[in-house]
Design a protein around this ligand. Structure first.
Ligand SMILES: NC(=O)c1ccc[n+]([C@@H]2O[C@H](COP(=O)([O-])OP(=O)(O)OC[C@H]3O[C@@H](n4cnc5c(N)ncnc54)[C@H](OP(=O)(O)O)[C@@H]3O)[C@@H](O)[C@H]2O)c1
Length: 343
């Protein structure tokens, strides 16, 4: 039986892109009638609306997201809702679903991308948090990307939020020694006492580099970054050999009107790219192999190289200066003595 509903649907709308941190004036509000069902649709009443940091990027119409907002549109967002009327074969009145209703009390759905929620597992609100998109972010980023080994030090920022607390607790279950980063003593106490983290540092106390050094004396083996910017920088100064960094979120920059100085790492997340450190000396045992492989290509003419040779040792300073200005073309060398070898 469809539930009786009053005739008003309250909505919060997008008004304008915020300048810096969002303010309530960036949003509007209106009321409409409750939308009418058509075949293949269901009507649901919003129970919980998820508030997620990425909405700030949607409000600047960031290209990363499919959502596009023009002034007057209902704000986008995930919700948990109760089906109150249905002409959809798969959804019946009373079902509780995770559905993108946006910031409004009622919405229609054709069922696409909608997930039924089993209230016996946990309170239905968790479908927007630790058992929803943020939880999956923390779980997948830890299990498949950060891959902490037992005993390794795993650091996570914004560590009491749904993403960070999931990442940290998953890492703990994997046997890692988890150190959180959070923005207050209260949050840090919660991380240690409730989430079971080994330690938690409060970046608002200052000297994050030093605090991390003290909490991670053997270095950081895996870092799950939810913040970017200065927090990421402090972590990079405490990395252990062979460490992994998972770039998940950069909330520090979301409310900036222009990207922060330095290379903007947002596209790394968008492209699911991997950055790795390379030091050639770790691969010296490959020198004979490389010489064999490239030597064969040189021999059969399928590999080319170029040299930029200055003649006479006295030319070395000028040649070096040309190299550092990009004026060399090919491997910069100085022919110091004459030789007929190999030429
Ligand atoms: N890559 C993905 O697919 C994906 C998916 C979901 C979420 N995310 C990202 O994951 C991160 C965490 O998301 P969440 O939903 O779990 O949020 P959340 O942790 O509940 O809330 C954001 C937290 O960020 C911290 N923060 C640090 N510096 C900040 C600053 N300059 N301004 C505002 N907050 C700051 C604050 O915690 P402290 O006070 O403890 O620092 C704040 O509570 C976000 O960056 C989000 O965009 C990424």
């Amino acid at each position: 039986m469809p539930r009786a509903v009053n005739g008003i649907n309250k909505r919060i709308t997008f008004l304008r892109s915020p300048r810096g941190l969002p303010v309530p004036e960036d949003f509007g509000a209106d009321e409409t009638g409750i939308p009418k069902l058509a075949a293949g649709q269901f009507l649901s009443r919003t129970l919980y609306l998820s508030l997620d940091p990425y909405y700030r990027n949607v409000m600047k119409n960031s290209q990363i997201y499919a959502d596009r907002l023009t002034p007057g549109d209902v704000m986008v967002g995930e919700t948990v809702a109760e089906v109150i009327d249905s002409q959809h074969p798969d959804f019946k009145v009373g079902d509780v679903v995770a559905v993108r209703n946006g910031w409004q009390e009622y919405a229609l759905s054709n069922g696409q991308g909608v997930r039924k929620i089993d209230p016996s597992i946990a309170p239905v609100s968790t479908a927007l948090g630790v058992l929803g998109m943020p939880g999956l972010t923390g779980y997948a980023g830890t299990v498949f990307l950060a891959q902490p080994l037992p005993g390794q030090t795993f650091v996570v920022s914004a560590c009491t939020g749904p993403v960070g607390s999931t990442a940290g607790q998953v890492a703990r279950h994997m046997g890692a020694r988890v150190v959180g980063i959070a923005g207050s003593k209260e949050k840090c106490d919660y991380a240690v006492r409730e989430l079971g983290f080994e330690a938690c540092v409060d970046y608002r106390e200052g000297d994050l580099v030093g605090q991390l050094k003290a909490a991670c004396p053997n270095g950081i083996d895996a870092y799950f970054d939810n913040v970017g910017g200065s927090t990421l920088e402090a972590v990079t100064l405490n990395l252990a050999m062979g460490s992994r960094i998972v770039l998940c979120g950069m909330i520090e920059a979301y409310s900036m009107d222009t990207p922060p100085p330095g290379p903007w790492l947002g596209p790394i997340v968008g492209a699911r790219a991997t950055m790795k450190g390379l030091v050639v000396y770790d691969h010296m045992n490959r020198l004979p192999e490389m010489t064999r492989v490239i030597g064969r290509w040189i021999h059969d003419g399928s590999f080319r190289w170029k040299e930029d040779i200055a003649k006479g040792l006295e030319q070395a300073p000028a040649a070096f200066c040309r190299l550092m200005r990009g004026q060399n073309f090919g491997k910069a060398l100085v022919e110091v003595g004459s030789t007929k070898l190999g030429r």
